[in-house]
Design a protein around this ligand. Sequence first.
Ligand code: R5P
Length: 314
Amino acid sequence: MPEAIKILSGNSNRALTESIAAYLGVPLTKCQVRRFADMEIFVEILENVRGKDTFIVQSTSFPTNDHLMELLIMTDALRRSSAKRITAVVPYFGYARQDRRASGRTPISAKLVANLLTQAGVDRVLTVDLHAGQIQGFFDIPTDNLFGAPVMVRDIKDRMDTKNVMIVSPDVGGVVRARALAKRIDAPLAIVDKRRERAGESEVMNIIGDVTGRTCILVDDIVDSGGTLCNAADALLAKGAKEVYAYITHGVLSGGAVARIAASKLKQLVITDSIQATEAVRVAPNIRTISIGPLLGEAIARTAKEESVSSLFD
Ligand code: R5P
């Protein structure tokens, strides 16, 4: 590993940053990210970073605005300390669902966040399973969007008989992502098609594909309230699926999501550690976490050595 590489952790997910640093065999750069009494953020980097290739690991997960602000202020501190290059490693990129003007007089917050990061001094971005790939175009700096799929595929192959597996996209918007994973394990694909035929009537779930007797695996980028997943699991079982699992990159899991999933018919939800698990997630009977630390570590190593990152997914 090049000597000049420096890994810094915000407060969003120290455990993941430590696993990245362990993969790279480098110590975490000493740095304080703390609050004044009025909750203003204060950052102090406690080591020389002049001329170094620096990587700040920070998911903009709950509390999103605090974590985003930490990332911006850490970037400012590094820039003013003459770091040679600053890469924002944002395993979960919050605000990504606000990527277009869905109705009049609304913002495109994902673009605003991209502008803020660039303006603060970020030179490149490394993220995982962006909600919409085109968000890369919101940045005018290099942006690598890694895929969680290879980590999920390894886990699925280790634990399941893939011959009976059917990969399922929980909505039409997620088909490209689900199809890519299905291809990697040579499994067929089904799609949940949600429709509200008339305003005021409840949503109808049609399943495109025959799931009878199949082990269904729902694949998505985000589980937030858990509504999409739990409803899809019910619909699949009603159509004769044998059992339903879910592999989701980002476990946002807001509000009562963990309880909802625990009470659902999902056999197991597998998430990555892009967002630090809460205690409720850690003890949940049907939620399991797999790590993307090595994937991010390898992508950082390749970035530092100016090697290909995309070939990680060939
Ligand atoms: C939507 O486009 C996303 O891919 C997820 O399906 C969605 O964010 C999940 O949200 P929830 O868990 O609240 O249904």
